[in-house]
Design a protein around this ligand. Structure first.
Ligand code: GAL
Length: 439
C-alpha cells in the first residue's frame, strides 16, 4: 500500500474518546458559567456587514478563506464581508487581540475558535451567545456527526460555535528525496516511535535535518501526537478528565521520546510559524514534520505532488486514531452586526460553503451528508481523511483547542518554549505540564 493512502488503513469504531471532552465542557457549565448567554433569537439585527476575525491571512490558508468568502458573497450579497484576519499560525496573535477586544466589550461580529474546551473561558465570561437555535434553523443537528456534536455541546446541550471543517493533527509529512537520500523507503513508514527515531538517526547520518518543528504551538502538536502514541487512546483521554496522572510513568516515557526527537530538530526554526518550518521538507533538506492537514494545502499551493515530492502517514504509533480539531465560528454578545454574523454562520455551515472552503483548505467538511459526487471534488488525501474520520478512534487535539481550555494550552506552550530553549529537563517539563492542566 502506498503511504499516501496510509491514513485510511485501519478500521476502528468511530466516536470513542468523546467523553473526556464532554466531561470538560460539563465541568465548564457547572463551574460558574453564570455569565454565559442563551436565548432563541441569536443573530437578530443588523446584517449590513460582518467583521470576521480569523488567522487565515496568507498563503494556502488565505486561499481557503477566499473560497469561503466567494460562496458567502453569492449567498448573502447584501452583507459586506470585512476581513479582520490577524496573522500568526494557530491563532497565536489573533487570540491575544481578541482577548483585549472582548474584555473591552468591543467584539468582532464573529471570530474563529476551535470546537471543544478552548472557548470555556469565553463562555464563562459571558462573551458568547448560545447558537443552538441556529442549529435548529440551519438543520445542523442532523448534518454534523456525533463525535463533533459531542465536542460542541456543554452539559446543558448548549452550543456556542458553528464549525466550518474538521482537521486532523496527527500526520507526518515527509520529503521523498530526503528519505531516499537516507536509504529509507518512502512507501514503508515507521509504525512505532522507536522505529521512527531509528529512521531519524539514518537521516542525520545522511547529513540532513531529521525533523523540523517551529514555534511553541507546533511543538505542542508534536508532543500531543507522541502522547497519543505512547499512552494509547484511553490513557490519552484520561489526561483531560483526571483519570491519567500527568505526573505518571507513561507520561515520563512520552516526554523522554519527545526529548530525543527534539534533539533531531533544527533550533533555528523554533520561532517560526508552521510554513517556514515545513519548507525544509518541501525543499528536500529535512525528512519529517508533524502538522495538521492544512499542510496538504501548503504542498498543493507550492506545486508539490503527493507520492513524488512528499508522503504522509499517521504519526508512528497512532495508526487508526484521528487526532481531531475543528475550526468553529462564534457569535459574541454585543456584536455590532448580529444579522451579518448569522449569515456568516449560515454560509460556512452550508454544503456549498463547506465544499468550497475545505477543498482548498486541506480539511474535510464537518457535514456528513455529501454525495459521492461531491466527495469526488476532494483530493486523494482528503478522501482518505474522510474515511479515517468515519472509522478511526477520535481523540481531541490539545494544541488546537479541542481538549483543554485556552489557559491550560497557553501554559503548556510556555512550558515547551522553556524546554526547547533551556536545558531540556524532562522532570521540569512534566511538572510544568501537570501545573498547566491544574490551572
Ligand atoms: C489551526 C487551525 C487551522 C490552521 C492552523 C495553522 O489552529 O485550526 O485551520 O489555520 O491553525 O494556522
Amino acid at each position: 500500500m502506498r503511504p499516501t493512502h496510509y491514513l485510511s488503513r485501519r478500521a476502528v469504531l468511530a466516536g470513542l474518546g468523546t467523553t473526556a471532552v464532554a466531561a470538560t465542557l460539563a465541568a465548564c457549565a457547572t463551574s460558574g458559567s453564570s455569565g454565559s448567554k442563551s436565548g432563541g433569537a441569536a443573530g437578530e439585527g443588523d446584517a449590513s456587514q460582518v467583521d470576521v476575525v480569523t488567522w487565515w491571512s496568507a498563503g494556502s490558508e488565505k486561499l481557503g478563506l477566499d473560497a469561503l468568502v466567494k460562496v458567502f458573497n453569492e449567498q448573502f450579497p447584501k452583507t459586506k464581508f470585512e476581513n479582520k484576519a490577524v496573522s500568526g499560525g494557530a491563532g497565536s496573535q489573533a487570540k491575544q487581540k481578541l482577548a483585549a477586544d472582548l474584555a473591552a466589550k468591543n467584539p468582532p461580529d464573529t471570530y474563529q475558535a476551535h470546537a471543544g474546551a478552548e472557548i470555556k473561558d469565553h463562555i464563562e465570561a459571558g462573551y458568547l451567545l448560545d447558537v443552538s437555535s441556529l442549529y435548529e434553523e440551519f438543520k445542523l443537528n442532523e448534518a454534523f456527526p456525533a463525535a463533533l456534536m459531542d465536542r460542541l455541546k456543554d452539559s446543558d446541550g448548549k452550543i456556542y460555535s458553528v464549525p466550518s471543517n474538521i482537521h486532523r493533527a496527527n500526520v507526518v509529512w515527509a520529503s521523498v528525496p530526503a528519505l531516499k537520500a537516507a536509504g529509507l523507503d518512502p512507501t514503508k513508514p515507521a509504525t512505532t516511535i522507536d522505529a521512527w527515531i531509528a529512521d531519524m538517526e539514518k537521516v542525520k547520518a545522511a547529513g540532513l535535518t531529521p525533523i523540523t518543528m517551529g514555534m511553541a504551538w507546533t511543538q505542542l502538536e508534536l508532543l500531543e501526537t507522541i502522547l497519543i502514541a505512547d499512552l494509547g487512546v484511553d490513557a490519552y483521554n484520561g489526561l483531560f478528565d483526571g483519570k491519567t496522572d500527568w505526573g505518571g510513568a507513561e507520561v515520563t516515557k512520552a516526554l523522554e521520546h519527545y526529548k530525543t526527537i527534539v534533539g533531531y530538530t533544527d533550533s533555528s526554526l523554533y520561532t517560526e510559524d508552521w510554513e517556514p518550518a515545513m519548507k525544509p521538507i518541501m525543499d528536500g533538506k529535512a525528512a519529517f514534520n508533524v502538522m495538521g492537514d492544512w499542510a496538504v494545502a501548503g504542498f498543493d499551493a507550492a506545486g508539490k505532488k503527493a507520492g513524488e515530492d512528499y508522503v504522509y502517514f499517521p504519526v508512528p504509533g497512532t495508526d487508526g486514531i484521528f487526532d481531531f480539531l475543528a475550526d468553529s465560528f462564534t457569535l459574541p454578545d454585543g456584536a455590532k452586526h448580529p444579522g451579518g454574523a448569522k449569515n456568516w454562520l449560515n454560509a460556512i455551515s452550508s454544503k456549498d460553503g463547506q465544499i468550497a472552503f475545505n477543498t482548498v483548505k486541506g480539511s474535510i467538511p464537518a457535514r456528513t451528508d455529501l454525495t459521492d459526487e461531491e466527495k469526488g471534488k476532494f483530493s486523494e488525501y482528503q478522501r482518505s481523511a474522510m474515511e479515517s474520520f468515519a472509522k478511526d478512534k477520535i481523540v481531541s487535539s490539545i494544541a488546537h483547542g479541542a481538549a483543554l481550555p485556552a489557559k491550560a494550552t497557553n501554559a503548556m506552550n510556555d512550558a515547551l518554549t522553556k524546554f526547547a530553549q533551556g536545558a531540556s529537563d524532562v522532570t521540569a517539563l512534566q511538572a510544568d505540564l501537570k501545573a498547566a492542566v491544574a490551572s
